[in-house]
Design a protein around this ligand. Structure first.
Ligand code: GLA
Length: 676
């Protein structure tokens, strides 16, 4: 993997040659014409005709010491070894912190000799030798974004662009920090022109990635300036961040196209802050949005699951479709999203995306996503890599936070494929260890043809027993009909509380003579029954707890970061020994198993934040809001809240931000009690 670091600079020779020919006026009719040609927009034409694909170190390393030459070259090696280059990944991009904090005496940027002991040009040569490309980073300001403050390019555009071009750089990410309030459009255009000039000399084009975080609506002006522009602030490796960026980027579909893309920031797939289901959603939705696919995890440590997601060629083909359309929202209701992308071959990629915390039936039709009327269509599942036929329904029961991604074609050969089926469970079962819990599964034929000899199975984790209480098979399931099966699921006594995955699978034959299968995951929660009598909620185990900052605290206020960092619960000068300390937005869920009657508490904003903080409190019994306060502020004393929760399986304590922001929203459920 090591390369010899002795080289003569081919590019520099070419550059010098081109400049001297120009000066002599021999290669071109006149210097003026040559300059004209060089700065014509045709240069940028042909760049990033599909969204750029590659790697950037930022999301995995930030400015940490592991960001260095050996990492970057190791990633280039892995692009080849793991088939990622084959799958379309091309750019290996360096982010902030590659340089020394000061320019040299000639005003040139100096690579950090510890991170890049052989310089950047050596890395470019290494990467180019593998048929890959190298990207670099700087800021349209006096310094970059890192707190160390590396030199930015504002006022140095021409020299820095020339230096990048000479090094053999193929991609520039141009950030927005320390911009001195100068006009954004002007700053980004100046660098575009500098890049044009510099690459006109070397003949090596540079993809120009505008990173002003969407602050100046670049989608309205940056087409023709750069090939891509960030639409949002930085992504973080968590569900809420990915989701909010997704929602900001979706409406910008009309602005995207070949050579000018919306950039909702780099991928977090594999960094560990989301589940694989969530990472598949991230990758599916970025592809449907024709977003740049820049891997943000350290591939040297990537699991097979991470590589499997990143190298999914069926999904990449959606992102890289040459028509270059960004998918648009067909419907979104109650967190059930249908997003469709028109493809060059006339098909549609359709994402059925479930934003919610429970499985959802998400449905559309071939007509609704823009396909012509036809007796049937071919539907390819892009994560299961299987083809089916559909009579027109495009639907699935999608796991919490999951995405089913399919490609639907009006194709005459649909009958070669077995019918599509929708496989579902009626609920995410709540299981008390040692006691059977009920579950119902359904297999519905969506195809033009019927499913024959259909069987369905449900498998639990090791040690669990699963029994069919009605027939798990049918001779035939014709178009539009359903096989329904009832099951009893038992977790062994002593199973710890938490989430457990069961696999629901169906297998069936069809007139096409192909035996087909389909599988889905059913998530069960192992719970403990609530104790009889009245208990403090702070003493009971919860099923789940989400919180705006830090964890939910038992019997103290919320300290915003680590567990146990709160203070005594204090509202309106009154101190409480018992309760829950939360921070909006928050939701704490308890299993009540239809055995409880009442929840009560004194609620308010904790005194610890002075005058700040506005929240409202809600109590939910299953899907119904059974009590709520209005907006409460820090100036108010604690308010009593109580609710009848008779018959509820699950009770949720919810705190919202009171309709403004989440600043200082320390929300206390003082003296919270449950009666069963
Ligand atoms: C900004 C950018 C990030 C990253 C950092 C580097 O925050 O938006 O993507 O480049 O700067 O400092």
């Amino acid at each position: 993997m090591r390369h010899p670091h002795t080289r003569t600079s081919r590019r520099r020779v070419v550059g010098v040659l081109a400049v001297s020919l120009l000066a002599l006026g021999t290669a071109a009719p006149s210097v003026a014409v040559a300059r004209e040609q060089r700065s014509a927009p045709t240069e940028a034409r042909g760049l990033a005709l599909t969204p750029p694909m590659g790697f950037n170190n930022w999301n995995s390393t930030h400015c940490g010491p592991e960001f260095n030459e050996s990492m970057v070259e190791g990633i280039a090696d892995l692009f080849i070894e793991k088939g990622l280059k084959d799958a379309g990944y091309q750019y290996v991009n360096l982010d902030d912190c590659w340089a020394l904090p000061a320019r040299d005496a000639n005003g040139r940027l100096v690579p950090d000799p510890v991170r890049f002991p052989h310089g950047i040009e050596a890395v470019a040569d290494y990467v180019h030798a593998k048929g890959l490309k190298l990207g670099i980073y700087t800021s349209a300001g006096t310094k970059t974004c890192s707190s160390t403050g590396f030199p930015g390019a504002l006022g140095h555009e021409e020299n820095d662009a020339r230096q990048f071009a000479e090094w053999g750089i193929d991609y520039l990410k141009y950030d927005n920090c320390n911009n001195q309030g100068a006009d954004a459009r002007q700053r980004y255009v100046t660098m575009r022109d500098a890049l044009r000039d510099a690459t006109g000399r070397t003949g090596r084009p540079i993809v120009y990635s505008i990173c002003e975080w969407g602050d100046n609506k670049p989608w309205e002006w940056a087409s023709g300036v750069g090939q891509l522009w960030r639409t949002t602030h930085d992504i973080q490796d968590k569900w809420s961040s990915m989701l909010s960026i997704l929602k900001k980027n979706l409406p910008l579909a009309p602005y995207a196209g070949p050579g000018h893309w919306n950039d909702p920031d780099m991928l977090e797939v594999g960094n560990g802050g989301m589940t694989d289901t969530e990472y598949r959603t991230h990758f599916s939705m970025w592809s449907v949005m024709a977003a740049p696919l820049l891997i943000g995890s350290d591939l040297r440590k990537a699991s097979p699951a991470t590589l499997g997601i990143l190298a999914n060629k069926d999904v990449i083909a959606v992102d890289q479709d040459p028509l270059g359309k960004q998918g648009t929202v067909v419907s979104s209701e109650g967190g059930r999203w249908v997003v469709a992308k028109q493809m060059k071959d006339g098909s549609r990629a359709v994402a059925l995306f479930n934003e919610t915390d429970t499985p959802q039936h998400i449905a559309t039709t071939a007509r609704a996503v823009g396909l012509p009327q036809a007796p049937a269509y071919t539907l390819r599942d892009l994560w299961q890599h299987r083809n089916y036929n559909t009579a027109g329904a495009v639907s699935a029961t999608v796991p919490a936070h999951g995405t089913v991604l399919v490609r639907v074609s009006p194709d005459r050969h649909w009958s070669k494929n077995p019918p599509a089926v929708e496989l579902a469970a009626d609920s995410a079962p709540l299981v008390v260890a040692g006691r059977p819990a009920a579950l119902t599964s359904t297999v519905t034929d969506l195809g033009r043809t019927s499913a024959h000899d259909v069987s369905v199975s449900l498998t639990g984790p090791e040690g669990w027993t699963v029994r069919a209480r009605s027939a798990p098979r049918a001779h035939a399931v014709p178009t539009g009909t359903t096989l329904t099966t009832r099951w009893a699921v038992t977790a062994p006594k002593g199973t710890p509380t938490g989430s457990y995955d069961l696999t629901l699978r169906t297998s069936y034959g069809s007139p096409a003579k192909v035996r087909a299968t389909n599988t889905t995951t059913v998530t069960a929660s192992v719970v403990v029954p609530p104790p009889a009598g009245t208990s403090y909620l702070g003493d009971l185990p919860w099923m789940s707890a989400t919180n705006g900052y830090g964890p939910v605290e038992r019997d103290t206020s919320n300290g915003e970061s680590a567990a146990g960092d709160g203070r005594p619960i204090t509202v309106g000068g009154v101190v409480y020994a018992k309760g829950l300390g939360t921070h909006a937005p928050s939701e704490v869920t308890y299993y009540t198993g239809k055995a409880c009657t009442k929840v009560s508490a004194d609620v308010g904003v904790d005194d610890e934040k002075g005058a700040k903080g506005t929240v409202s409190f809600e109590i939910w019994a299953d899907g119904t809001k059974v009590a709520s306060t209005g907006v409460l502020t820090n100036a108010m004393a604690a308010q009593p809240i109580s609710a009848d929760v008779t018959g509820a399986q699950v009770v949720r304590l919810v705190v919202t931000n009171g309709g403004d922001n989440t600043d200082s929203d320390h929300a206390d459920w003082a003296d919270a009690r449950l009666t069963c």
